[in-house]
Design a binder for this molecule. Sequence first.
Ligand SMILES: Nc1ncnc2c1ncn2[C@@H]1O[C@H](COP(=O)(O)OP(=O)(O)OP(=O)(O)O)[C@@H](O)[C@H]1O
Ligand SMILES: [Mg+2]
Length: 286
Amino acid sequence: MTKIKAENIKKTFKIRTNGNSRNNGNSSNELLALGGVNLAINKGEFISIVGPSGCGKSTFLDLVGGLSKPNEGNIYIDGKPVEGPGLDRGIVFQQYALFPWRTALENVEFGLESQNIPKNERRGTAQKYLTLVGLNSFEDRYPYELSGGMKQRVAIARALAFDPDILLMDEPFGALDAQTREILQRELLHIWEETHKTILFITHSIDEAVFLSDKVAIMTARPGVIKKMEDIPIARNDRFEDDIRSSQDFVKSRYKLWELLKEEVVRAQQISGNAVSNFSKWETAK
Ligand SMILES: Nc1ncnc2c1ncn2[C@@H]1O[C@H](COP(=O)(O)OP(=O)(O)OP(=O)(O)O)[C@@H](O)[C@H]1O
Ligand SMILES: [Mg+2]
């Protein structure tokens, strides 16, 4: 059953020119970030998007989250058009977005406050999710007292606490050291198995995408479209084996994805010097 459907999503941003723009004589002051994204995600699936920096991944996630609107196209959740944010979607942002004046527990409680849940019940639920991410003894700490990995766990617990059907995660582990990252990846897989959520996950790491996902979507250089969706043929249970990353299926998937991604990374580098350049212009200049 299709849970999230994106149909021909286009998104344009206005660019400030300040009279000294780098638009190289192009009179346009708009930037086409997404050039027609089509994507379907089934209920309970874990899908990752990988693509070069600036290709529109966060832009797309914000649209699914209802935080902004597309210029063209529609996004549907359970067949209904997205018209704004909702409690059916929990978002974990690219930067830890915790409230510095709230403790870990109060941060997790935040999503429950708009639901008229009595304070005691709210507290109990928040404690349950802090325990799920391994932070039960840190509930009274403020964000400045937590490590980067802990802050990200609090952000994940906050997104899970109001029990959304969908988790939207924008490079949640991007700023973490390698060991913490692997630990959190495994925890996320456990959480996903326990909760059966539909997860849309953005990452720069092909390795992370292969480890976590049922399918990986490759996004092109800006304007972003989905270039290819690859199935990851690794059984769920096998992912917890110690040597899974050196298995043949893992290595093959990683290689295939990198082959698809690398020309987009080169394209992104070529267009990045020109703020209003677009993919087709780069193509003709090639
Ligand atoms: N509010 C905005 N106003 C103007 N341009 C924007 C805005 N938000 C994003 N952009 C531009 O849209 C493009 C896509 O940005 P986006 O943040 O979606 O990229 P991304 O794929 O998430 O990159 P990264 O991997 O570096 O996080 C970029 O060129 C960016 O400069
Ligand atoms: Mg981003």
